[in-house]
Ligand binder design. Structure first.
Ligand code: ACO
Length: 209
């Protein structure tokens, strides 16, 4: 068992519905594949370049190996791979990866949300839940999020959640078939006060249920 894993976070009411976060499951296959095959245009330009065609990489039968890889990393304490749900239904993923402990105690965070429920505060709520969790129970001190400068919605999510822009990483990640510049956003535990969720609640952007 590694600190902070497994965990169920929330629920939190946001404009889109009742948001919760829980570990990825093998039985997410059907919804994961259905949403991702439909949402290719919404997702592909922001995601790491994959091997093979989108329909193959996101087919029902490709989830079990991805799930197993994520579960293996989680069991080794290197990753916290969560499914996002809204009103109990699959709504996307949020993952804390590349967990480094010792004197760095840092990781990256990344997320995506189903196109039919975007603009309802889901990603912002999920980032707040997961950030508070890894600082309070996961033994981490810093989280980093890298975002393409063109990704206005994601930049907005990090701003609303309380992350700071630290700089520009040039030609940083192989995304959508090329080496893309990314802004680096980050947050450390000291900056979170009573927690990011509490801050969203006090701003009226979310409600504990
Ligand atoms: N132009 C300007 N603002 C926009 C646009 C747009 N085209 N689209 C959305 N927004 C704003 C929304 O209005 C909202 O801000 P507001 O609350 O001030 O109105 C904000 O962007 C989105 O906030 P949420 O509702 O909390 O986020 P949402 O649940 O919609 O999810 C996400 C955002 C995850 C970026 C979603 O659009 C998505 O899955 N995109 C594709 C994948 C992706 O880009 N993932 C992030 C990669 S970067 C990373 O993981 C660190």
């Amino acid at each position: 068992r590694h600190p902070g894993w497994p965990a169920k976070l929330g629920p939190l009411r946001v404009p889109a519905g009742v948001l919760a976060v829980r570990p990825v499951r093998l039985r997410d296959a059907g919804e994961w594949s259905r949403v991702r095959l439909r949402d290719r245009e919404h997702l592909e330009m922001w995601e790491p370049t994959g091997v093979g065609p989108w329909p193959d990489r996101n087919a029902y039968w490709s989830w079990p190996s991805q799930w197993m890889a994520l579960r293996g990393l989680a069991r080794r304490g290197q990753c916290l791979p969560f499914t996002i749900t809204v009103d109990g239904r699959f709504a996307g993923q949020i993952t804390v990866g590349n967990v480094i402990r010792a004197s760095l105690r840092s990781a990256w965070i990344g997320y995506w949300v189903s196109s039919d429920i975007v603009r309802g505060g889901v990603a912002t709520g999920a980032v707040a839940l997961v950030t508070d969790h890894v600082f309070d129970f996961g033994g981490l001190h810093r989280l980093e999020a890298t975002v393409r400068p063109e990704n206005t919605p994601s930049l907005r999510v990090l701003g609303k959640a309380g992350y700071r822009q630290e700089g520009l990483f040039e030609r940083y990640l192989d995304v959508a078939g090329g080496w893309r510049d990314h802004f680096c956003y980050a947050i450390t535990k000291e900056e979170t006060g009573n927690g990011l969720v509490s801050r969203l609640v006090s701003k009226g952007l979310a409600e504990r249920v």
